[in-house]
Design a protein around this ligand. Structure first.
Ligand code: 7TS
Length: 413
């Protein structure tokens, strides 16, 4: 390892030490985890918070007069408060716990937009959306006769902003946009797009699943109406995430799912709804998950998103430069503003074969369409390989990835 690399990596070693799983081996080789865009690893602080909850405080929330239930409720609501502050929502009533981004988008499609839509109304999304921000709108199209329009993506993987004004019409009711593309790494100009949408009276939903681990997100500064998050991509647990929604919109919406927690009174004749945010949290929530997500927010805040972004930008540049030296390797997604995701293809090598071979060297990368089939098709490809980098990755890991890639190419070409 060169002196420059070890010096750089030493600065982040203590972050890495927080992640117990990273010290394991795969196929007898040290694990190199380059798949954090699919799901990140969890620091011991998150594991500890969930373990403490189950060992010390486990009870159902909001329902009991007994002490444990009070403790569980306090911890659960403290997690909501942390998330609220982290994204600068103006009130905790604006933060709804969901299973993740997918559920948050479906909630907005069904509870916000469906009652407002007439046949012929338009929903605008981009060509770089994850299926989670495509399929719920297609389902709504089937239910209402709405029209789905798509903002194109340029060859470098940026949103084609020039095409946007023409796609907006007086029938546009919703604009859905991914903040950071999971397949390309592109960071979209969300603030500008939301400002344009607002001038046309269009409601906006931003899919923040991939932005939350990399960028400081301020929902008020972004000017969006809805923003979605997935805990497991920001070092928290799976099965928990959140929807931010502007309070006035959430207040006006009917509930989505019916059941416990979301009601105020029930008779067989009539049911009245609970206040926000409970109105959208039917059933016993993922209590330990929310507490783990709160611990993940603390963890990210303690390191600081500026420090995380600086480290990841360094890794992105380092990886991009090194990988470009490989014969026939092409990076897919070369936006000027990018998060630490490197999607690539290599002439004559199928990404799946590549992924399988590098796994035998300990490298966990993702191959396929990354749940963005229309986008990958737009680049004329069946699949890409993707290395997604997080705060615990190092230059040394990237440096060791290059010979593994070369060796795989030699075997496969
Ligand atoms: N939106 C984006 C941009 C995503 O990257 C993902 C998951 C989702 C939504 C769905 O999030 P969930 O937490 O509701 O499942 N992306 C990926 C990926 O890139 N590889 O596996 C999952």
């Amino acid at each position: 390892m060169s002196a420059v690399i070890s010096e750089h990596d030493a600065r982040t070693q203590h972050w890495r030490d927080d992640f117990p799983l990273l010290s394991r081996q795969v196929h007898g080789k040290p694990l190199v985890y380059f798949d954090s865009a699919a799901t990140a690893q969890r620091p011991r602080q998150v594991l500890q918070a969930m373990d403490d909850f189950y060992r010390q405080h486990n009870a159902n929330v909001h329902r009991g007069v007994h002490s444990l239930s009070g403790e569980a409720t306090d911890l659960f609501e403290a997690a909501r408060r942390k998330l609220c502050q982290h994204i600068n929502a103006s009130s905790e009533r604006e933060v709804i716990f969901t299973r993740g981004s997918t559920e948050a988008i479906n909630l907005v499609a069904q509870a916000y937009l469906r009652p407002l839509l007439q046949a012929g109304d338009e929903i605008l999304i981009s060509h770089m959306e994850h299926h989670s921000n495509i399929v719920p709108w297609q389902m709504l199209r089937e239910q209402t006769g709405a029209v789905l329009k798509v903002i194109p993506v340029t060859d470098s993987g940026e949103l084609d902003l020039q095409a946007l004004p023409e796609l907006i019409s007086e029938r546009t009711r919703m604009l859905g946009l991914v903040h950071v593309s999971n397949a390309l790494g592109t960071i979209n100009p969300v603030r500008e797009v939301c400002a344009l949408a607002r001038r046309h009276g269009i409601t906006t939903i931003i899919d923040g699943a991939q932005a939350m681990p990399h960028l400081a997100v301020d929902v008020q500064a972004l000017g969006c109406d809805f923003y979605t998050m997935s805990g497991h991509k920001m070092y928290g647990p799976t099965g928990i995430g959140a929807l931010y929604g502007r309070e006035a919109l959430l207040e006006a919406m009917p509930p989505w799912q019916g059941g416990g927690e979301m009601i105020r009174t029930v008779t067989f004749e009539e049911t009245t709804w609970n206040d926000l945010p409970a109105k959208f949290e039917a059933g016993t929530p993922n209590i330990a998950g929310a507490i783990g997500l709160g611990a993940a927010v603390d963890y990210i805040a303690k390191i600081g998103l500026d420090a995380i972004a600086a480290h990841e930008q360094d890794l992105l540049q380092f990886a991009t430069d090194k990988m470009r030296e490989i014969d026939g390797l092409r990076i897919i997604g070369e936006a000027r503003d990018k998060a630490s995701v490197v999607s690539f293809v290599i002439d004559g090598v199928h990404p799946h074969d590549l992924g399988t071979i590098v796994d035998h060297h300990g490298f966990a990368i993702r191959t396929g369409h990354h749940c963005t089939m229309p986008l990958i098709k737009r680049f004329g490809l069946p699949a890409t390989a993707r290395a997604s980098l997080a705060l615990y990755n190092t230059r040394h890991e990237i440096e060791s990835f290059i010979p593994a890639l070369r060796q795989a190419c030699d075997m496969l070409r």
